[in-house]
Ligand binder design. Structure first.
Ligand SMILES: [Zn+2]
Ligand SMILES: [Zn+2]
Length: 173
């Protein structure tokens, strides 16, 4: 089994470097779509990692039951990261998650094109870095943000306002 995964990885898996603070949903989406990887659905990657459908839940920020060491190790092998690095893409123990709405700090996104895990903590009110409230939908057309695994071009899918531009609409907090 172990050998089998190694063989496959050598043939067709491309490593993807995580961003600081990146959420597991955003990372998994990028990894699946990376040139050479091309998993259209989370289940494809889940099969290779021996994790089945659990990745689809993680992409939606459902961590109940919480990912086990074994699961993180299995995924770490496939994505060629340390399990500890994957652990940083999850909430700290005991921190509750908001599954929806998906939230955004456009000012952060302008600096680092990723969705940050801390934006989905229940306790998070705004962005500490920019002292701005988070957006919970497109401020121009009000379309909700899709799950970060589906963020491909950094813009609203309906009105095409870029996530970075949305910083102008964030209120101070
Ligand atoms: Zn920010
Ligand atoms: Zn929009």
């Amino acid at each position: 089994m172990e050998e089998n995964i190694d063989e496959k990885r050598q043939i067709w898996l491309t490593r993807v470097e995580p961003f600081d603070g990146e959420s597991i949903s955003h990372f998994l989406g990028r990894f699946r779509r990376e040139k050479g990887n091309k998993f259209s659905a989370p289940s494809g990657l889940g099969d290779v990692a021996g994790l089945g459908v659990v990745l689809a839940r993680w992409e939606k920020f459902y961590f109940n039951p919480f990912p086990t060491h074994q699961e993180l190790d299995a995924l770490a092998t496939v994505v060629e990261l340390d399990a500890e690095r994957l652990r940083q893409m999850l909430p700290p123990e005991g921190v509750g998650m908001k599954h929806s709405p998906i939230r955004l700090c456009g000012a952060c996104y302008a600096q680092s094109v990723c969705h940050k895990i801390e934006w989905q903590f229940k306790k998070t009110v705004g962005c500490d870095r920019h002292q701005l409230r988070l957006l919970s939908k497109c401020p121009v057309c009000e379309k909700p943000f899709p799950i970060p695994a589906l963020w491909m071009d950094g813009q609203c899918q309906r009105c095409f306002t870029s996530f970075a531009e949305m910083a102008e609409y964030q209120k101070p907090y």
